[in-house]
Design a protein around this ligand. Sequence first.
Ligand code: ADP
Ligand code: MG
Length: 238
Amino acid sequence: MGSITLDHVNKTFGGHQVIPDISLSIEDGEFVVFVGPSGCGKSTLLRLIAGLEDTTSGTIRLDGVDMTDSPPAKRQLSMVFQSYALYPHMSVYDNIAFPLKMASMDKATADAKVRDAARILNLTDYLDRKPRQLSGGQRQRVAIGRAIVRQPKAFLFDEPLSNLDAALRVNMRLEITELHQQLKTTMIYVTHDQVEAMTMADRIVVLNAGRVEQFGSPLELYRHPANRFVAGFIGSPK
Ligand code: ADP
Ligand code: MG
């Protein structure tokens, strides 16, 4: 299970309302993309869901349970950062095992989880390497592996591919979509790239200045954009 509900969520930084009032419901197993121009509040919204920022007001629920005041570690969500967040001095194995070690999991159970994640991500032959000995795509997979081992109810991705070159980005996009089909876990994916949004999402949240302009499937947004902003942003006629 992994439904996420936001109810009148507001976030203010030093008197500046970054998120004035957002309510939305993400269903269990959905792949939802937050898209919008730079500075519109995508990362802030994701960080509120992850618990890395406190809400100013409003409620965030996971499977109907209020988690607004829970610390990040208690939220059963995994945030996937860009691959440069890996520990350079640790092996791939230790990077993936890190969250389990932090949770004091016994070695045998942790080992099984690390090997499972490595198999899913085609990293089995690279477990002894250091991040610098990997390609950009492999490094990004290690970052995803670190999220998978926690068996979260939802994955939160914040522009995970933005430091990869164009060809690799297309590849990783497919890999993340396949991972979603395999795990069937809720995923929220933040990007400023319309193409990524249109090709990956079950549903897209179009954000503009901290407001939801539209929440719908790629086809709905394309055929029936709610306004000129949505039409202009996703490149559909209106
Ligand atoms: P996006 O990810 O869509 O580019 P962000 O969520 O990072 O946008 O930022 C939205 C707005 O909130 C920006 O105006 C940014 O300057 C502001 N902001 C983000 N984090 C902070 C912070 N910790 N303190 C003050 N302002 C912030
Ligand atoms: Mg951002």
